[in-house]
Structure formats: C-alpha cells, structure tokens
Write a protein that binds this ligand. Structure first.
Ligand SMILES: Cc1ncc(COP(=O)(O)O)c(C=O)c1O
Length: 376
C-alpha cells in the first residue's frame, strides 16, 4: 500500500464557493442576460437595498471597487488638495491610494499592537486642524475600536470613514460595521468575506445628503441625465456583479461563523504553545484573515511551506515606507508599533470552504513547530 501523500493547503480556493453555489449563481447570471439591462439596473437597486438592510443603514450606493468607494467617500466629504486625512499605514495602502487620488496628504496614526487597528490614543495626540477626515480600517475582519475613535474624532469635529473591506458582517454591540462612520466603504473583491466574481464596491451611510452626493459622484457628477452638477467619476457596479452578490449575501453570516470557528480552532492549538495569535472570536471579528505574530516569522513561513501549507504577509511594507511615498511628508512618520508588526505578521489559510482535514493539517504543522520552539 502506498503512503497517503501529505495534504497541501492553499491560502484560498475561490472555485469551491463558486462550485457550491453554481445553480444559484447561474440563475443570477441568466436573469441578467435575459433582462437586457447591464449597468445600474434592477439588480443594483435590489442589492443596494438588501445590503443597506443587512448593515442596518438607510443608504447603500454601489460602485466599481473598494478603492473607488474610499475615494468617493472622501470627495463626498469635500476632502481635496491641501487637506490631510488620518489613516493607518498597515492596511495594504488602499486608503493611501484614495487619499492621494483626491490630492490630499495622509497622516499616519500608529496601531494598537493588540488589535493591529488604529490606536485611539495616538489619534488623539495627532489630530490637527488640517485633518479633514479619519479613515479607520477594520483590519483582518476585526472591528477597530469605533466608540473610542469616534469620541476622539467627534471632539475635533472630524468625520470618520470606516473601511469595511475586510469586515462584512462584523459588529460591536449588535451594530454592524458600515453603520458607524459618516460614510463606510466596502470592497467585494472575490476573496472578501462577501466577494463578487469580479470587482465591486459600495458605500453605506445614514446621511441622506451624503448618499445623494456620492450617488452623483459615482456617475460623472450628474444630478440628472446628462446634467453635471460637479465633476465626478465613472465608478458603477454592473448588473452581473450585483446579481451575484444578491445570491451570496444570505450565506454571509454562515460563512463568517465558519471562518470564526476555523480561527478559534487554530488559536486553541497555538495559544497553549504561547504563540501570539487572535484570542477573541466574538461578533467584532469575522476572520477575514487569520494573522499570527512571530519574531521567527520567516523561518516559520519556510517550515510551513516545506509542509505544503501556504501562507502570506498582509502586508509586508507599511505605506510610509513604500517607494511611492519617498520624498513626501508622510514618509517621515514615526510608527514603531506598525513597523514592528510588519516584521512579525503571518497569515494562515482561513476561508469558509476550508476542509476539516486541511484545518487539521495546519494545526498539526503549527503544533509540531511550536513544540520545536520555533514559532514564538
Ligand atoms: C482594507 C481594504 N481596503 C480597501 C480595499 C480595496 O478594495 P478593491 O480591491 O475592491 O479596490 C481592500 C481590498 O482590496 C482592502 O483589503
């Protein structure tokens, strides 16, 4: 009898979800094909209503992707050249891209090392009158400390934009991500907890005026057909993606529960071995990414790769240290917690369709490494 080959575990496998939902997705696509209407039609309007209800807000405006959502949110708030926007430097650079796109300058706030989200204490010490907005990212699916951040921003009368691209369905005290900020931005990139089969994004808000402005900005700045009130963008969601997202939305809570369960299984094995890993699996964490920290990160990563387990680093280079930032005021930011985390973080496979035997393979490999004292 030949020995069973070792399991190799990928970081993600999008085909599994597409296959599991193939009938629902095919019905959605066929409905759009038969409709004869392909941009901003009934499917978009229905998804906007359904996603707004899911987030607990009155308004949702779909756009082409999550980065556009951030840019249009800033433009909706009137942020432009000469303004400063506070954000974090450890969240993949998407907020920085949007801040730069509107001609503003990022002000990087350090992270709280325990959550890896924006530190309210650091924000409190760094808000100046030049700061016109704060973008708080719910990184890895863990909600930022919005009560504290909103208190700090509110004292300075600065609006806060949530970046919920990794946190669909997370909540604090039953109040969902996307319902706290002046505006909130979502990405439906295929790997997200709620992912399209292409690009997609959305902005949610409680504010009818901001909703109206963003709606106009996503379509050339029109306030009526062919009537331009101000210059905007072309950033629309297509009907196919909206129909696909409508089919997937009812599954989101179940997928999030499975992600949390996988994260809790990993942490139960790792915490016992003293590894720095997520410890809280309540409603405020939807396990978009399961990230551990280790001073021996690169060795652990190589050892896991040798056992067939894929990992990644989200994200290896903080925004202020990127080549593109050279020569800008933001490049001089002092962010000790952000920089230390960048050298230690490691993302393990965590997605809803991961099989039990794959989870066991990851746990087994990590336990072996921890027992060899090579993780911590
Ligand atoms: C935290 C965060 N913000 C914004 C984005 C940008 O979204 P998109 O890729 O749809 O532009 C992403 C994902 O890519 C993200 O992870």
């Amino acid at each position: 009898m030949s020995p069973t080959p070792p399991i190799s575990v990928a970081l993600n496998d999008l085909l599994r979800q597409t296959t599991a939902l193939q009938h629902e997705l095919a019905a959605s696509v066929n409905r759009v094909l038969a409709s004869g209407w392909y941009i901003l039609g009934r499917e978009c309007a229905a998804f906007e209503a359904e996603f707004a209800a899911y987030c607990g807000v009155p308004h949702c405006i779909t756009v082409a992707n999550g980065t556009d959502a951030l840019e249009l949110a800033l433009r909706g708030l009137g942020v432009g050249p000469g303004d400063t926007v506070a954000t974090v430097a450890n969240a993949g650079g998407y907020s920085t891209t949007a801040i730069r796109a509107v001609g503003a300058e990022p002000l990087y706030i350090d992270i709280d090392p325990s959550s890896m989200n924006m530190s309210a204490a650091d924000l409190a010490g760094r808000l100046t009158p030049a700061v016109r907005a704060v973008i708080a990212t719910h990184l890895y699916g863990r909600m930022a400390d919005l009560p504290a951040l909103l208190a700090v921003a509110g004292r300075a009368a600065v609006p806060l934009v949530e970046d919920c691209a990794q946190a669909h369905g997370a909540a604090i005290g039953g109040r969902k991500a996307g319902s706290w900020g002046a505006l909130a931005c979502f990405s439906f990139y295929p790997t997200k907890n709620l992912g399209a089969l292409g690009d997609g994004g959305a902005i949610t808000t409680n504010d009818p005026q901001l909703a109206q402005r963003v709606k106009s900005l996503r379509q050339y700045g029109w306030n009526g057909k062919y009537r331009c009130a101000e210059y905007g963008r072309n950033s629309r969601m297509d009907e196919m993606q909206a129909a696909i997202l409508r089919a997937k939305l009812p599954h989101l809570d179940g997928w999030n529960a499975r992600r949390r369960q996988i994260a809790a299984t990993y942490s139960a094995a790792l915490a016992a071995n003293g590894v720095d890993c997520p410890r809280d699996f309540g409603e405020n964490y939807v396990a978009h990414l399961y990230v551990v920290r280790s001073q021996a990160r690169d060795r652990v990563r190589a050892a896991l790769a040798a056992r067939g387990i894929a990992t990644d680093i989200h994200y290896p280079v903080p925004d202020h240290l990127q080549q593109a930032a050279r020569g800008t005021p933001a490049a001089a930011a002092q962010l000790p917690a952000t920089e230390q985390a960048a050298g230690e973080i490691l993302t393990l496979p965590c997605y809803a369709e991961l099989k039990d035997e794959e989870i066991s393979a990851v746990v087994g490999a990590l336990q072996t490494l921890a027992q060899e004292a090579r993780v911590g």
